[in-house]
Design a binder for this molecule. Structure first.
Ligand SMILES: Nc1ncnc2c1ncn2[C@@H]1O[C@H](COP(=O)(O)OP(=O)(O)OP(=O)(O)O)[C@@H](O)[C@H]1O
Ligand SMILES: [Mg+2]
Length: 279
């Protein structure tokens, strides 16, 4: 990739900056051994997309589960939609979780449920009327281009289709935050591009803030250098030299956040772990 094509995002104006959607301050967590995350601090602003990079086992999924309240930190503070969640009781977490869409690693669909019931899972739990469920499932499946799969079971879908169903499930409530855990993991390059196009579409059509974990640098660069064109109904490259100003990077290494910045800064970083990851 040509470094000269990347532009630096405009720094946020502190006077007009809206409060972050997610804010982590000095967050640490350990299980049985050394800390998996150690003193991690960063935030996700409204309409911002943050791409979280890092080698396997470094704590990326743990980080997303902390933000969704599925795990609790040992130290530090996590604010979600302005509320401190690290000690919040489960019943108060639940309504916050419904405002967040999560695409779990590997998709995590229920094999015994149809596509409709997978996509509508949360709405069914909340006893939303069937007619409303059908119309919202239709809308979510249309967004990912899979209306025709509504009554199929996940076992009859390809890996890429299953991932799109998982994305439709995360989108169905028009969430205020999206957490994508390796949404292209294990997919072929063409299918990866289809998934990234959906993520770009959600970012550009709804401006939903998001935190996205990926191992694939190619996906991260595509997110930075493309926009969704609603007239053409597809993702198109930005003019040469431009990058999406609201998309930036985080990198974890051995539990520490070693990078927080723009594509331009990532490509020019002298941190040896960043350089090694980029090579
Ligand atoms: N519930 C848990 N109990 C004990 N250890 C855990 C738990 N969840 C995660 N871990 C450990 O925390 C570490 C980080 O796991 P995590 O799943 O976050 O890695 P990751 O960065 O998402 O890796 P990958 O890129 O392979 O998905 C691993 O050593 C894992 O074994
Ligand atoms: Mg993971």
């Amino acid at each position: 990739m040509d470094n000269s094509t990347a532009s630096t995002p405009e720094p946020p104006d502190p006077e007009s900056a809206a409060p972050p959607v997610v804010d982590l301050r000095h967050v640490s967590i350990a299980f049985d051994g050394p800390p998996v995350l150690d003193d991690v601090s960063f935030s996700v602003a409204p309409a911002e997309t943050r791409i979280l990079l890092g080698p396997a086992g470094v704590g990326k999924s743990v980080l997303l589960k902390l933000i969704n309240g599925l795990l609790r930190p040992d130290h530090g503070a996590i604010h979600l939609f302005g509320q401190e969640i690290s000690c919040m009781p489960e019943e108060k977490l639940f309504p916050l979780r419904t405002r967040t869409g999560m695409v779990f690693q590997e998709g995590a669909l229920f094999d015994s449920l149809t596509v409709r019931d997978n996509v509508a899972y949360q709405l069914i739990q909340e006893r939303v009327p069937d007619e409303e469920i059908d119309s919202r499932v239709h809308e979510a499946l249309s967004f990912v281009g899979l209306e025709e799969t509504v009554s199929l079971f996940p076992s009859s879908l390809s890996g890429g289709m299953r991932r799109r169903v998982a994305i439709a499930r995360a989108f169905i409530r028009h969430p205020e935050l999206l957490l994508y855990d390796s949404p292209t993991g294990g997919l072929d390059p063409v299918t990866c591009t289809t998934i990234i196009e959906l993520i770009v579409k959600e970012r550009d059509v709804h401006q939903t803030p998001s935190l996205l974990v990926t191992h694939r640098l190619q996906d991260a660069f595509t997110l930075c250098t493309h926009r969704f064109d609603t007239d053409q109904g597809c993702m198109v490259p930005l003019p040469k030299g431009q990058t999406n100003p609201n998309t930036s990077f985080l990198m974890l290494e051995e539990g520490r956040l070693i990078f927080d910045g723009s594509l331009h800064d990532l490509l020019h970083s002298e941190n040896p772990f960043v350089r090694e990851f980029l090579e």
